[in-house]
Design a binder for this molecule. Structure first.
Ligand code: ZN
Ligand code: ZN
Ligand code: ZN
Length: 377
């Protein structure tokens, strides 16, 4: 069945009105007096409102007890009223140019011991809140929200699946863009356009790492001319129109790859499979990292796998849970994260294979499904 370009997932499914009550309950349970959510992913998660981060304060105040309200600059009021935040039925408190909005929040809250600040709040705002509420200890709102954000609902998983299908469609086009004589930047520009054409609202990153650049995991784009015989790491992602993110890495080669590369690429494939197969409810996040790392270490490439195996993904590309040694958090159905081991030979080349997975009741479902073999172009 043909699916509309703008997909089946609607914002009222993704940002249900019931979420605010769940957040308030979690705030009380965590012993915080209030959450202060300024524009960014935390505010969007709770309200669906993609407010502009500005020097004028916009802030959803979620007290542990009592009514939540949205502080907005008066000139932003029409935009806020037209946003998904209006569905929540909370009071909108407009402040005027001569008001001190931080002081207004402090006075409305009264005496508070601990407030949770949005993880991505600007330092400017957090320091103004500190000055307005000198007695209040400031902690990250993430201490409360991570528990909710990590556990994706079925609709959120659908949104991630949709984003995954879109980025897969872009990977299928990469062989058309890649050839010897073009620069990474030229190839990257084509990929950028394809990511948008596939239904993403924004392009978050385009990594085209050719030859020795492939050994730098976060190399982005350069004017380096891609040569025949070179492996190329392509790691791409963006925010789909739903607000949920995509992220997938595949490996390409202009003609036949070097023998050494072929050897470790097989190891990498085995490692990525082992980690994906290790996913099921109850296992720790670190055990999934270990599953990949063990295969790579046993083949003698342990020193060349220089980063964690993965990161959670949702309304942000990198969020909890992190698939890293030391994270003993047990997997639960609804956890969504990347599995992206890599092997990097400095000065020569490198490879990384990355899929987004969601933990189901029985195992891990891969949301990226293009071939994980080396694609010869
Ligand atoms: Zn990364
Ligand atoms: Zn990636
Ligand atoms: Zn990633």
């Amino acid at each position: 069945m043909a699916r509309s370009r703008f997909g089946p997932v609607t914002s009222s499914d993704l940002y249900p009105v019931s979420r605010l009550a769940a957040v308030q309950e979690a705030t009380a349970k965590a012993g915080l007096d209030a959450l202060l959510l300024t524009p960014g992913p935390d505010l969007r998660y709770v309200t669906g409102y993609e407010a502009l981060p500005l020097e004028r304060l916009t802030c959803l105040v979620v007290p542990a007890a009592g009514e939540s309200y949205l502080m907005v600059p008066r000139l932003e009021l029409p935009a806020a009223q037209a946003s998904p935040a209006a569905r929540l039925g909370v009071e909108f408190v407009a402040w005027d140019e001569t008001d001190d909005p931080y002081d207004l929040v402090a006075r409305r809250l009264g005496r508070v011991a601990t407030v949770g600040l949005a993880d991505r709040m600007w330092a400017m705002a957090s320091l103004r809140f500190r000055a307005a509420m000198p007695e209040a200890e400031q902690v990250l709102a993430g201490t409360v929200l991570r528990e909710l954000r990590m556990r994706k609902s079925a609709v959120e998983v659908d949104a991630l699946r949709e984003a995954g299908e879109a980025i897969d469609a872009v990977h299928r086009q990469v062989p058309q863009f890649l050839r010897a004589g073009r620069t990474e930047r030229e190839v990257g520009r084509d990929i950028h356009d394809a990511i948008l054409a596939a239904g993403h609202a924004t392009v978050d990153f385009v990594i085209v790492a050719s030859g020795p650049n492939g050994a730098s995991p976060h190399h982005e784009l350069s004017d380096r001319v891609i040569q025949a015989g070179e492996p190329v790491v392509v790691d791409i992602g963006g925010q789909f129109h739903s607000g949920y993110c995509s992220d997938s890495t595949r490996n390409y080669c202009i003609g036949e790859p070097p023998a050494e590369y072929k050897e470790y690429f097989q190891v990498l494939q085995a490692a990525q499979d082992a980690a994906c197969e290790a996913v099921r409810p109850g296992v720790s996040c670190e055990s999934i990292d270990a599953a990949a790392r063990e295969v790579i270490a046993q083949a003698g490439y342990g020193d060349h796998f220089i980063h964690r195996t993965g990161h959670g993904i949702g309304i942000e590309t990198h969020e909890e849970p992190y698939i890293v040694s030391g994270n003993t958090e047990p997997m639960e159905p609804g956890f969504a994260f990347s599995v992206e081991p890599g092997i990097y030979l400095a000065g020569k080349h490198g490879a990384r294979i990355e899929d987004i997975l969601v933990c189901t009741d029985t195992g891990g479902e891969r949301l990226n499904n293009t071939t994980r073999d080396l694609v010869i172009v």
